[in-house]
Design a protein around this ligand. Structure first.
Ligand code: AMP
Length: 175
């Protein structure tokens, strides 16, 4: 991936201090999406990285993982699968609870969304502590599929989230 693209992503991101609570610097990707050439180049760069790798499904994590995951799946010509917050998916699901800073959260996937023949790429906008992506990895593995890699637009490197992930992680911009 070109340094110029990393630089464009960095410049396009909007930092929103103290959102959703004091002390958090929120990395707002809506300003990236408002630049259609940048959005296209991000998806093209991910496509270049993953085509020919035998990926059969892209799994997007609700909700910003859908924004980057769905066009990538379409460009790779593979299935797109949704990992969602509890109670959102209509058919039979499996779920996993994971720890947050305070309390727990839960993610679910349709039980028939992937299986033992699948090679999966997980996609989300941002890797922070890694709890969310680690839960998605767990769900995919529970269904018998292989996780090839987890891909993020942004990684907050100082939180060491990738240590929580089984399998490789790729981030376009590490902060
Ligand atoms: P974590 O489970 O800590 O890795 O958090 C990752 C999830 O929370 C992703 O779905 C992100 O969209 C969101 N998130 C966490 N921290 C931030 C942040 N500083 N800015 C934007 N999104 C964040």
């Amino acid at each position: 991936m070109s340094e110029a693209l990393v630089d464009r992503i960095d410049k396009a991101l909007r930092d929103v201090p103290d959102f959703p609570k004091p002390g958090i610097m929120f990395k707002d990707i809506t300003t990236v999406l408002q630049d259609p050439e940048l959005f296209r180049d991000i998806i093209d760069s991910l496509k270049e990285r993953y085509e020919g790798k035998g990926i059969t499904a892209v799994v997007g994590i609700e909700s910003r993982g859908f924004i980057f995951g769905a066009p990538l799946a379409k460009d790779l010509g593979v299935s797109f699968v949704l990992v969602r917050k509890p109670g959102k998916l209509p058919s039979k699901t499996i779920g996993v609870d994971y720890a947050l800073e305070y309390g727990t959260d839960r993610l679910e996937i349709h039980a028939d969304a992937v299986g033992p023949d699948d090679r999966v790429l997980i996609v989300d906008d941002l890797l922070a502590t890694g709890g969310t992506a680690a839960a998605a990895v767990k769900l995919v593995r529970e269904l018998g599929a292989e996780v090839v890699e987890s891909a993020f637009l942004i990684e907050l490197g100082f939180l060491h989230g990738r240590a929580k992930l089984e399998g490789d992680a790729h981030a376009m911009l590490v902060i």
